[in-house]
Design a protein. Structure first.
Length: 215
């Protein structure tokens, strides 16, 4: 399976996100990663569903919406309507993850569950038959530009092991501190989708940066 790259617009310029998305559209990245923060689950506040809906006009690529919110059940219908192709929420933020995953999938959107760096892969084991992907955070969520936490690769290896043993089809995505060096470690551990912020958007040549991450 070839690795997919998901540039994160959180690393872009907020003044003109349409131009950022349009520029990603010109690359061969498969996915555009959009971090939604509510100021409660994590301190910052970022994009709402109306912003995502307005950005839809700038790209045909898959919109990967990562909900870092306290009550994901309230937000999910809004982002489905806004045009998200993938929606993930934190296992730590939901009391009824099965129900939410089913709700997302029934709408025709890919459903993902997110693990914080300090959360064990075993916490999502009962959900692996339901998910389309698992997003492993490799930094603590909320702020860009943090250093990669290598210990999270144990979770990735465990998820990849279960996937193989149980003949499951979910993808493994990783987000945080991804660069050329850490991307190699992620791929070795079993990651399928690399979320990259400044490693792509912080360079002068986004396509060249994407090619380097792919390896």
């Amino acid at each position: 399976m070839s690795i997919k790259i998901a540039p994160s617009i959180l690393a872009g310029t907020f003044e003109n996100l349409g131009a950022v998305v349009e520029k990603i559209e010109q690359t061969n990245a498969e996915v555009i990663h959009i971090d939604v923060m509510d100021g409660q689950f994590v301190p910052p506040i970022t994009f709402g569903s109306q912003m995502v809906q307005s950005l839809r006009a700038y790209s045909k690529k898959r919109f990967d919406v990562h909900l870092m919110v306290q009550n994901p059940e309230q937000q999910i219908p809004l982002f489905i309507h806004a045009g998200a192709d993938m929606i993930s929420f934190h296992v730590e933020a939901s009391r009824h993850p099965h129900r939410l995953l089913q709700q997302i999938k029934q709408s025709g959107v890919k459903a993902g569950i997110v693990l914080n760096p300090g959360t064990s892969a075993f916490s999502v084991a009962p959900l692996l038959n339901e998910v389309d992907y698992v997003l492993q955070m490799s930094v603590n969520p909320g702020f860009g530009g943090q250093a990669f936490i290598p210990e999270v690769l144990k979770n990735v290896e465990q998820l990849a092991k279960w996937r193989k043993e149980e003949h499951l089809t979910f993808e493994i995505e990783i987000d945080g501190g991804v660069n050329e060096e850490t991307a190699f470690l992620c791929k070795q551990a079993g990651v399928d989708i690399l979320v990259a912020g400044s490693a792509v958007l912080g360079t002068n040549d986004w396509q060249k940066a994407i090619d380097k991450l792919r390896g």
